[in-house]
Design a protein around this ligand. Structure first.
Ligand SMILES: C[S@@+](CC[C@H](N)C(=O)[O-])C[C@H]1O[C@@H](n2cnc3c(N)ncnc32)[C@H](O)[C@@H]1O
Ligand code: SF4
Length: 429
């Protein structure tokens, strides 16, 4: 189908990694990138049957106080790794962080501020489920320090929401958006999915129009995927075919573009100036501290020429009970770095700069010169003034574009082999 670089016709070129990349004096220098903070909240009112994020149906009372206390210990234990570095953005993700009271979110922010220098203009995003928001709560979240909200609208079709097992109605989303504007939080995102059970092109476009009518600043538009291990993967609902999904995407994109929403990432569209700073930091291979159950982090230690991934205990009960030092750490090898960088950077319509690749991985350009050339020759990558960006086809068939950057040891068929590398997949790990 979309496979444009096929091993049978065009051998996959592997990155050539200099043996001591990043350490020899004449090698490129690894620079310390900007830093963000991700805080994970693992509970939802009810687990959706398509979702493989690290989230759990809430049974019994929410462990609000113990969890906030545990997050505080996590932050205190991890802060020394990034001593002196400013945090540019904070993202409260889930799960459903909006199950936590504004005062609880405020306390986590206070602890973060006490442990780390938070930039004065830091973007602070809270993910919210329209079915798990108390009336008037957005004003309080804003007073607690939240500057941006990401609302899981998914669809405005009652039947589609039912098929997705959602706890909210289209009216809940409309109310939530109205309250966001009234609370001075007009900088909000709506998550929408397309390719839904029983959906046709007109219905997908209608969802976009219903979303635009609520005047969001940002829109995330994901094609529903059947994730292994979920109830939808075990008993798949009837979904629109690939051609119909491709038409949905085209028509929705045209509608978004006509309304002033520019695509800047595979699934993200924003009004001018309303791009998500936090996610841009992931996609430009910035650093982030990850706290909370199952949270991942990525930290650069430039003095040691090392980039480290951190992983917290996934299961909430184990996380709550664990000592402060429960964090797992793994240094990303030079062989993995090109793919990890590209897995993020090639999601952006603007692509990446060659200098940025060198500064953020510490590798020489030669490490990816071959695969870049091959992708360019295949029409998947285009030259820009500063570096390279994916072509329209490259963005559409991203897996094909990423294949040549896979390290030698990985399975060709499994582009998600290093799936920790993107934040949204990381939340699923
Ligand atoms: C972690 S959820 C956060 C929002 C909040 N928990 C909610 O669902 O209202 C992030 C977003 O990922 C998207 N998502 C989750 N599972 C998906 C799947 N299998 N296919 C496509 N998008 C998915 C949904 O749009 C969802 O809003
Ligand atoms: S999609 Fe959102 S609300 Fe549904 S289970 Fe996943 S994290 Fe929870």
């Amino acid at each position: 189908m979309g496979l444009t670089i096929h091993p049978a016709t065009a051998p996959i070129k592997r990155p050539v990694i200099p043996p001591s990349a990043g350490s020899a004096p004449d090698m490129p220098t690894l620079l310390t990138p900007p830093l963000a903070l991700y805080v994970h909240f693992p509970w939802c009112v009810r687990k959706c049957p398509y979702c493989d994020f690290n989230s759990y149906s809430l049974s019994g009372e929410l462990a609000q106080e113990p969890y906030v206390a545990r997050l505080a210990r996590d932050l205190e234990a991890q802060a020394p790794q990034v001593a002196g570095r400013e945090v540019r953005s904070v993202f409260f993700g889930g799960g459903t962080p909006s199950l936590f009271a504004p005062s609880a979110i405020g306390r986590v922010l206070e602890v973060a501020r006490a442990q780390l220098p938070l930039a004065a203009e830091a973007e602070v995003t809270l993910e919210a489920n329209p079915g798990a928001i108390e009336r008037g709560a957005f004003r309080e979240y804003r007073a607690a320090g939240v500057t941006r909200v990401s609302l899981g609208a998914q669809s405005f079709d009652e039947r589609a929401l039912g098929a997705l097992g959602r706890i909210h109605s289209p009216l809940d989303t409309v109310r939530a958006a109205t309250e966001l504007h009234a609370a001075g939080l007009g900088n909000f995102n709506l998550d929408l999915m397309y390719g839904l059970p029983g959906q046709d092109v007109a219905a997908a476009v209608h969802d976009i129009e219903a979303a635009l009518a609520l005047s969001p600043a940002h829109l995330s538009h994901y094609q529903l995927t059947l994730e292994p291990g979920t109830p939808f993967a075990v008993r798949p609902p009837a979904l629109p075919d690939d051609d119909e999904c491709a038409t949905m995407l085209e028509e929705c994109q045209a509608r978004l573009s006509a309304s002033g929403f520019a695509q800047y990432e595979v699934s993200a569209y924003a009004r001018a100036g309303a791009q998500c700073h936090h996610n841009l930091n992931y996609w430009t291979f910035g650093d982030y501290l990850g706290v909370g159950a199952g949270a991942h982090g990525k930290l650069t230690f430039a003095a040691d020429s090392r980039i480290v991934r951190t992983t917290q205990l996934r299961e909430p009960r184990r996380y709550l009970a664990a000592p402060d030092a429960a964090l797992a750490r793994r240094t990303i090898s030079p062989e993995e770095l090109p793919f990890e960088f590209m897995l993020n950077a090639l999601r952006l319509t603007a692509g990446f700069g060659t200098r940025s690749f060198i500064a953020r991985t510490g590798l020489a350009w030669e490490a990816i010169a071959g695969p870049v050339q091959a992708a360019q020759a295949a029409g998947l990558l285009l030259r820009t003034a500063e570096g390279y960006r994916p072509s329209v086809r490259g963005l559409r068939f991203l897996n094909d574009l990423l294949l040549p950057f896979l390290p030698e040891t990985s399975e060709k068929s499994d582009v998600s082999a290093l799936s920790m590398a993107t934040p949204e997949v990381a939340a699923r790990a």
